[in-house]
Design a protein around this ligand. Structure first.
Ligand code: HEM
Length: 227
């Protein structure tokens, strides 16, 4: 559902937000059409599959947000650290609703999730620009397609509109998501990185999409209609 890829830009005149979006276009289409996502959007999965997916998100956002505190003062990653995006508290409310108060006792990361979070943590520790790639891949996606997923989840499993179970997708503190995304893209365009570093960020974004794809594949193996 993303706009078509922009043409190649050998002289670097294209804004970085356009470059990163164009470079991840094909992987985005793949993610949208992955078996697990299609089954989820098509209402073909049980509530347990959704709960297991939400669990994986908990691990991913803990990695993103625990690092966010230390990166807040970083010249490259710092401007992207925006508390109104933080999701961990919302995911925890969703998991309490999905699994009950004792959810922490049974939560478990899939192997693909462990690899994904390890890479986020590594970027946060050693390469803040790489962290930006992971930040973009998740939060800008959540502000966009996340709303489609919320809608499907509400319909499939009867959650109250924007209520417990789907709070992860509800950004209470982002009053105008379209304006927020415009500001976010302006931050990307102003990122303090040269052309080579920007190419590395784009590559890391592709890696971030690949990690998400791997998580979907493992979830699909566990929960797809064929599983
Ligand atoms: C069924 C699943 C998905 C649907 C329906 C979906 C849908 C969308 C839509 C409608 C947009 C807005 C495009 C625009 O503003 O023109 C978007 C943007 C985006 N999505 Fe997804 N998406 C899905 C899955 C994912 C996944 C799994 C990721 C990565 C983890 C992702 C990452 C992104 C990103 C980073 C953007 C922002 C692109 C930009 O404007 O720079 N999406 N998505």
């Amino acid at each position: 559902m993303k706009a078509p890829a922009a043409p190649a830009d050998p002289v670097g005149a294209t804004p970085f937000s356009v470059q990163i979006r164009a470079a991840s276009h094909d992987q985005h289409t793949e993610a949208e059409n992955s078996g697990f996502m299609s089954d989820l959007l098509g209402g073909r999965l049980g509530r347990e599959a959704y709960a297991r997916y939400t669990e994986q998100l908990w691990f991913v956002y803990r990695a993103l947000e625990e690092s966010a505190h230390t990166l807040a003062g970083d010249p490259v990653a710092g401007p992207f650290v925006r508390p109104e995006l933080f999701r961990v508290a919302e995911i925890e409310r969703d998991l309490a609703h999905l699994r009950g108060a004792g959810w922490r006792g049974s939560v478990g990361a899939l192997p693909a999730t462990l690899a994904y979070t390890a890479r986020i943590e590594e970027c946060a520790r050693t390469w803040p620009a790489g962290y930006v790639a992971h930040h973009y891949t998740r939060y800008l996606g959540d502000l966009s397609g996340g709303q489609i997923i919320r809608d499907a989840a509400e319909r499939a499993w009867g959650f109250a509109r924007k209520g417990d179970g789907v709070r992860f997708y509800v950004f209470e503190d982002v009053a105008n998501p379209a304006a927020f995304k415009r500001e976010y893209r302006a931050l990307l365009d102003a990122v303090a990185a040269d052309g080579l570093e920007k190419a590395r960020i784009v590559e890391e974004c592709n890696r971030a999409f690949a990690f998400n794809g791997a998580v979907f594949r493992e979830l699909g193996a566990e929960f797809g209609p064929a599983a």
